[in-house]
Write a protein that binds this ligand. Structure first.
Ligand SMILES: [Mn+2]
Length: 373
């Protein structure tokens, strides 16, 4: 029997909301995943992309990764990895994760499908990897899955690693491939890119988005509150897969409060007092709708202990759109420009979300609003 840990989307180096402690959080949940694999005595690790948050990670982020890989190296464990969309160099540059090849980090399929045969626990396993394919590369994706599928027929044990948006796990516009186009002859489909976790074991083959190890955006809160963040511990024996989700304990609790002046404090306190899986102060994004005494809100929120509050953001009541645009509001200009109400609304939402943010955060927020990872 061979055992491996499937993790994904660790985004090392990401400093969410420009907070130092959020950067630390990402290192911590990554290290928890690594330690978990070592404790479970896995034979190898499978990382399905977005290892670092950018293709040009900070020295700190690379050093954190190096420290973890030394732990693996000392126990003679290999990490097999593919590139996510965040990992592919934009210009001619070395791929960051490949610098660590001397510590047993094995990057697969940078230019297309690549397969190797590995042997652990007396099991021969076909391990195929295809790094994120987008832009022009995307066109050959399905063809490469088919090619891989032919190869997989000859192996009892097989795993394919891929980092793509698969419909229906993400809105159709953000997907490169439909689930019906996925390989069927592999035993375990190890996917990255979607940050919510999915582990489908009642169909054949077993399919999984391991999900991110920490929250990259508020879009992930809903799923996080239900399932937490996790990695998969997978046993493979004579063509059979036994996979289970293991919940991470160190991921910082996050939630949102969308309330009004009368109720925001009570709503926030309720969340602060809710049980958490760790001692970290919860991070709560607060939005207050309608009229409010802003100074009072700010001082009351400042007085709260054991919590990190993001905001508060004050939203004025949404006034009904006037019938005749009089070009007195921003919305009128957006509508005049796009000649489309939906687009105008979207433009205004984006504008309101990013007007007080730095460019990096703005870029993040736009991606969040557009629901692209
Ligand atoms: Mn990602």
């Amino acid at each position: 029997m061979a055992r491996f840990l499937h993790l994904s989307d660790t985004h090392l180096g990401y400093k969410q909301y420009m907070m130092d402690l959020r950067e630390e959080d990402f290192y911590e949940s990554f290290n928890e995943a690594i330690d978990l694999g070592l404790e479970e005595n896995v034979d190898f690790f499978v990382h399905t992309g977005d290892l670092f948050d950018t293709w040009s990670p900070s020295n700190r982020a690379m050093n954190e990764f190096k420290k973890a890989m030394i732990k693996l190296y000392k126990k003679n464990k290999t990490m097999y990895l593919i590139m996510g969309d965040h990992d592919r160099p934009k210009r001619t540059d070395e791929i960051a994760s490949r610098i660590f090849d001397f510590l047993g980090v094995k990057l697969l399929g940078t230019e297309g499908l690549q397969s190797i045969v590995i042997n652990y626990g007396n099991e021969d396993i076909l391990l195929s990897g295809i790094s994120n394919m987008k832009g022009l590369r995307k066109n050959s994706l399905v063809e490469q899955y088919r090619k891989a599928d032919v190869e997989a027929k000859s192996y009892r044990n097989s795993i394919i690693m891929s980092h793509q948006g698969v419909s229906p796990y993400l809105i159709a516009e953000a997907c490169e491939v439909d689930s019906k186009d996925l390989p069927v002859n592999y035993k375990y489909l190890a996917f990255g890119h979607v940050h919510d976790s999915y582990l489908i074991t009642d169909k054949y083959p077993v399919f999984s988005y391991a999900g991110s190890t920490d929250l990259n955006s508020t879009n992930e809160i809903k799923n996080f509150l239900r399932n937490g963040k996790s990695v998969n511990l997978v046993d493979i024996e004579k063509g059979k897969i036994d996979a289970q989700r293991i919940k991470l304990k160190t991921t910082r609790y996050q939630n949102t409060v969308s309330s009004d002046f009368a109720n925001y404090l009570e709503d926030t306190l309720k969340i602060i007092e809710a049980p958490k899986s760790n001692e970290k102060e919860p991070l709560i994004s607060v939005t207050i709708h309608g009229e409010s005494d802003r100074d009072e809100v700010k001082s009351k929120i400042k007085a709260l202990d054991h919590v990190i509050i993001r905001g508060p953001v004050f939203e004025k009541e949404v006034k009904s759109i006037e019938e005749k645009p009089n070009m007195s509001k921003l919305q009128d200009y957006f509508r005049a420009y796009f000649k489309d109400d939906t687009m105008a609304q979207l433009a205004e939402n984006i504008f309101n979300s990013i007007k007080n943010e730095d460019s990096e955060t703005s870029y993040r927020l736009i991606k969040e609003i557009m629901q692209v990872e």
